[in-house]
Design a protein around this ligand. Structure first.
Ligand code: ADP
Length: 387
């Protein structure tokens, strides 16, 4: 379905002439990867940096062309300008050894066997990615609830929303507004439910298309990672963009991750995507901490009877096959959705309830995987065989 939409989108864009003539915007190579998820289409068009304003009609033409494709509900088209060589780039903070503190006696982030050492974020013991092979599987909901589960388990936690395609942290945590500048370029993270949060959604106006080319993604991410006063954290949980494209790979490569959690629904197709996610982390030498099966089963609210409507258990079987930890299963439940939409994820909305217990348990497993003592070999993601 999304492949057909993508092809139709490219076909329509192929009828739009480039800004300086010489062909259409697709054949001129000005259109980025086209991202399609749940009827949302997102991409960028590269334009000369000094003409960005004059190019607005081109952007609008592309947007309306895409909106006319059947199946497209929302089109997000951004103009991007590649940075010219020599123009100033944001400077990452100087490399510094991560500061250790008493209850996080863990392996230093970014220093894994066989992997290149990446500069850590001072004060942050572990950076943990939450990823999914495709959109809509509940990755952001899981990120928020795992982070809150860790907080409930006594850890100091931050959440970095790096989902450039659809930042959800403002909605999930019920926070908005611009982060305050504390000193120089350093931003103060916002805070909600006792967690420090930073989102790409705080940095741009709502409804502004947020499509980024690789270098822009990295500078925005670097800023959110290194130019934010995170303070002392045991875990910084990163909500990754869905999928396994170049942007995701670059992020997985550039961020000093201690490990990654993969979220999948039980359906076969979603699991194939999850496998791609596993493979991506393997390529960049980031340990996979385990799989969470989301929307695993459904409990009828009136009778309490459990229905495995999606063939629950697929992710557990897959985890066993791939010899990676299975972190837990989260049911499909109205309360999980409603509370997320209200800015109070279920772990804080109903801390004594069964779902909060599931997430706290997953959070504890993630933490025990990530904080294995130095020297103990953590499983690297296994080779993935597509059959
Ligand atoms: P993703 O980040 O993978 O795109 P989201 O976390 O935004 O997915 O979830 C997509 C939708 O599904 C949201 O409306 C969310 O509230 C809902 N959702 C996620 N997990 C569950 C669940 N276990 N039960 C019910 N609804 C869920």
């Amino acid at each position: 379905m999304s492949d057909a939409i993508k092809a139709a989108v490219l076909e329509r864009l192929g009828r739009i002439a480039g800004p300086e003539g010489g062909g259409d915007i697709v054949s001129l190579g000005l259109v980025s990867d086209v991202f399609v998820s749940d009827g949302r289409v997102a991409f960028s068009i590269t334009v000369p940096a000094d003409q960005a304003r004059e190019m607005e009609p081109l952007r609008q033409a592309a947007e309306s062309a895409v909106k006319s494709v059947p199946g497209v509900e929302k089109a997000m088209v951004a103009l991007t300008a590649e940075r010219k060589p020599g123009s100033p780039a944001p400077q990452p903070a100087p490399a510094a050894a991560p500061q250790r503190h008493s209850h996080a006696p863990a392996a230093p982030q970014g220093q894994r066997q066989g992997g290149p050492a990446k500069a850590g974020v001072p004060g942050v013991a572990h950076i943990i990615a939450v990823a999914s092979g495709k959109g809509g599987v509940g990755k952001s909901t899981t990120t928020a609830n795992i982070a809150l589960g860790m907080k409930a388990n006594g850890l100091r936690v931050g959440v970095l929303d790096a989902d450039i395609y659809g930042p959800s942290v403002p909605r999930l945590f019920g926070v908005s507004g611009r982060p305050e500048q504390v000193e120089g370029r350093i931003l103060k993270p916002l805070e909600a439910h006792g967690i420090k949060v930073m989102s790409i959604g705080f940095m741009v106006e709502e409804d502004t298309p947020m499509i980024w080319r690789g270098p822009m993604v990295m500078s925005a991410l670097t800023q959110m990672l290194r130019e934010v006063a995170w303070g002392e954290l045991d875990a910084l949980v990163v909500d990754m963009p869905p999928g396994t494209g170049d942007a995701q790979l670059t992020m997985a490569q550039q961020v000093p991750l201690s490990g990654a959690v993969i979220v999948s629904t039980p359906q076969d197709l979603a699991l194939i995507d999850a496998r791609k996610g596993l493979n991506m982390f393997r390529r960049v030498d980031v340990p996979v901490l385990g799989i969470v099966e989301n929307m695993s089963y459904f409990v009828a609210p009136d009778t309490g009877k459990r229905y495995d409507i999606f063939g629950h258990g697929g992710a557990r079987a897959e985890a066993e096959r791939l010899e990676i930890p299975f972190l837990g299963e989260v049911p499909l439940d109205m309360d999980i959705r409603i509370n997320s939409d209200n800015g109070t994820p279920i772990v804080v909305a109903d801390p004594a309830g069964p779902h909060a217990a599931v997430y706290r348990d997953i959070a504890a497993k993630v933490w025990s995987e990530v904080s294995r003592p130095l020297g103990e070999v953590r499983r690297a993601a296994p080779a993935i065989v597509f059959d």
